[in-house]
Structure formats: C-alpha cells, structure tokens
Design a protein around this ligand. Structure first.
Ligand SMILES: [Zn+2]
Length: 423
C-alpha cells in the first residue's frame, strides 16, 4: 500500500481517549492526574497494558518516570529512532485532551502502521513524559527537562510536595523510577532522528479560521519578573489624597500599562499578563504599603520582547515618579524561544496542506516538552483545533472529526519525517 493511502483507526483512537479520560475524572467534570498521584499510577498501568498487549512493545520507565514504548524496529539498520508522544498528566481539574491526545495519537499512528503491515525506515518509539504540567513539587516539563540536562539530581534533591511533604526523590522511587540514577536519564544530543508531539492548540486561531490542524513554527520564549511597588502604609480614614503613597493604586496603573502592551498593534505576537498579586498589609482600613506581582511576558521574537520591555520600563518609571513610590523589578525566568526543526516542521506542514489545511504555521504561545526535545535533536509539533480555545479546564474539547482528521495528518507527517530524516 502506498504510504499516502494509510489511514488511522479513528474509532479506536476516540475510544482510547475516552478510556484515559476516565482515569482521574472528578465530580466537576474535569481530570486530576498530577505527577505521582494515584491517577498518574493508574494511567501508567493503563498505557503500559495498551502498549505491551495491543502493540507488542517493550515498555520501560526511565529513572525520572518517563514512560517509553520501544520495539518497533525499522527496515534500515543503523538509523536512530523517531520518538513520538506527549504527556499523560494533567493540571488540577484539567481537561481530557491536553497531553493525552498527543500520547494516544502517537499510539494510534504506530498501531495503524503495524496493523497495515508498514514498517518505517527508522525504529519508532513511543514516549509519555512525566510531570509536564506544574504540580505540587513546583516543577513543570519535569521529564523532558531531565532528558535534555536542564534539571539535574542536585535540583531535584531539594524538591518536596507542598501538600504531602513527600520528597520528589521518594516519589520517583515509589513510582518505579530510580532517584539514584537521575543523571543517567539524560539523553545525548543527536541520539534520535526526530521527535514529533501532537497537542491541542489551547487557543482560538485554528477554530476561528475553520481549520483542523497546523504545524508549529516556534515555541514561545517566556520571560517572568516579580514587580514590587513600595509605597507607604497609613490610616485609611485620615490620610489625605495629597499625602498618600498608595502602592495598590500605583500597581493598578502598572497592570494597565502591561495590558496596553497587548493592545498595541506594533507589538502583535506579544502576550503579557500580571497574574499574581499580593497586597500588604491587605487590611480594609489601611492604605496599601507594598504590592508584589508577577509579570509573564511571551513572544517568539526577541526584538519584540525588547521593545515591549522598553515601553513597560518607561511607563513604570513615569508611574513611580508621579505617585512617589518605588518600583523594583526582579528577573525570575528568561527562557528563549525555541524554533522547531525545519525538516520536521515542513513534514508536518506538508501533511497538513495535503489534507486541505491552509498554508500556515503557528507559534505556540504555551510551553511544551517539544521545546526541551528540540535541544537534543530535530523536533516539531502538530496543533489540533481547540473548541473556543478552552484549555486547563473541564471545557477543554476538540471535536471527534478534528481528532481523527488530525491523526491522519499526524500519520502522514510521521511517514514524511521517516523519508526525509537520514540519521
Ligand atoms: Zn500539555
């Protein structure tokens, strides 16, 4: 059979999505499947059975709890594996598709190839990353950050679960990993031929355009700082306007200055948010003395980031001078953007266009494991339309027709990667 005629078993994929969504399902209609939870353990068992019994793979858990399904050999000796997958954990009260779709789409692609008697040139490995989402241990993209060397045993040794107090190292051993061998989980750059992750878009660009899927061009850079406004706490009744140095009123202007960045057409492609704020003393009869807040600024274009930060700096200086408060800013995270590899990106893009999708590539404004895998070898992503852009909530939804059409695009993209990547 010509590879372009290959099709996935859409019903099987949808049934597996439903089965995995039942693991960790809560009364609010969402899913609780955080790293090292009972639902995480159950999902791992479910995936292991699926990969072993239905696909005949050898399943192993690496030292940091990434789940690997290996054994699908290639036809050309010496070629490195194509790795496909995503993550099976969720945020608290999360949705059915974030992560799970990517794991099950990879599973279905390989299952379809096997069933239709097609072997690729490269071996194909399935991967479900551990702890992609933020969790009680205070980390995200846990598994992929260890694989690419951005997290080491020394970083992990310090981490405890904020609710249970369990050490992450203890959780790793309890779950079948090997905390003593964390640094051995690290992969060498160039150890795989290519990596592909499918993920829901978690935004509205595809659904608003009436499209099903698109390739990702670049994963956004993420810049975070803590902004502290220091004013003066004083009596709420007796302090006149002219004598106030109200930290919260000044902070409110900073929040609006941040919002003005994303309204500026010259900064299209920049997202900026103040999402966390603490007021002190936070009492109804005291003029606020201190405010601390978090700035999260994202863009795939470093020049735009500089421009946005420059504009914000000017606005903040003006607010501080006019209101007689001190505003200090502390850098928290400066993670550069990560372009997807052109060969993988084009394979995914070409498969999209062949399936009638618009000629476009999208920037991912969310972080993903693929950004860490891109540090090790050619990596790319396929986005599937999210209805109304909902994600990290029970309303998260992708239509069956988009899931199945997306899975066929994914399968074709995998075949194109196999043909075009020569390591
Ligand atoms: Zn995700």
């Amino acid at each position: 059979m010509a590879k372009t005629e290959l099709r996935v078993n859409g019903e099987r994929l949808l049934a597996r999505l439903q089965a995995l969504a039942a693991i960790g399902a809560n009364a609010q209609g969402g899913i609780d499947r955080q790293l090292a939870s009972d639902a995480d353990i159950e999902a791992r068992g479910w995936l292991r059975r699926c990969w072993e019994q239905e696909l005949g793979l050898t399943v192993r858990t690496d030292p940091v709890l990434n789940l690997w399904g290996e054994g699908a050999a290639g036809t050309e000796p010496g070629l490195k594996p194509l790795i496909i997958g995503s993550h099976h954990d969720t945020v608290p009260n999360g949705g059915r598709f974030d992560g799970a779709l990517g794991v099950l789409m990879a599973t279905e692609a390989l299952h379809s190839l096997q069933e239709q008697g097609v072997r690729l040139r490269h071996p194909v490995w399935l991967l479900s990353f551990a702890g992609e989402e933020p969790n009680g241990f205070g980390i995200s993209t846990f598994g992929s950050r260890v694989l690419c060397g951005r997290l080491t045993s020394a970083d992990i040794a310090r981490l405890h679960h904020r609710d249970t107090g369990e050490a992450l190292t203890a959780a790793i051993d309890r779950m079948g990993g090997d905390a003593a061998a964390i640094d051995r989980a690290r992969l060498q750059p160039g150890c795989f031929a290519g990596f592909m992750e499918c993920h829901i878009e978690q935004g509205r660009r595809l659904i608003d355009a009436g499209e099903t899927a698109a390739a990702v061009s670049c994963i956004t850079g993420i810049y975070r700082e803590v902004i502290t406004v220091q004013g003066e706490a004083n009596h709420a009744g007796t302090t006149l306007y002219k004598d106030r140095r109200d930290a919260l009123a000044a902070a409110a202007e900073v929040v609006l200055a941040v919002e003005s960045l994303i309204k500026d057409p010259a900064l299209a492609g920049v997202a900026a948010t103040i999402g966390h704020i603490e007021v002190s003393p936070n009492a109804s009869n005291i003029v606020p003395g201190t405010v601390t807040m978090s700035l999260d600024l994202r863009t795939a274009d470093p020049a735009l980031r500089q421009q946005a930060l420059g504009q914000l700096g000017k606005a903040i200086n003006e607010i501080a001078a006019r209101r007689q408060v001190q505003i200090t800013r502390t850098l928290n995270l400066d993670q550069s953007e990560m372009p997807m590899h052109p060969v993988v990106r084009d394979a995914i893009h070409d498969a999209c266009v062949a399936a009638g999708q618009r000629d476009q590539v999208l920037v991912s404004m969310a972080g993903h494991d693929a950004a860490n895998m891109a540090r090790l070898g050619p990596a790319g992503m396929l986005f599937i339309a999210s209805v109304d852009g909902y994600s990290h909530c029970p309303q998260e939804y992708s239509r069956d027709a988009d899931v199945v059409k997306g899975a066929n695009i994914y399968l074709q993209a995998l075949c194109l990667m196999d043909r075009r990547l020569d390591t």
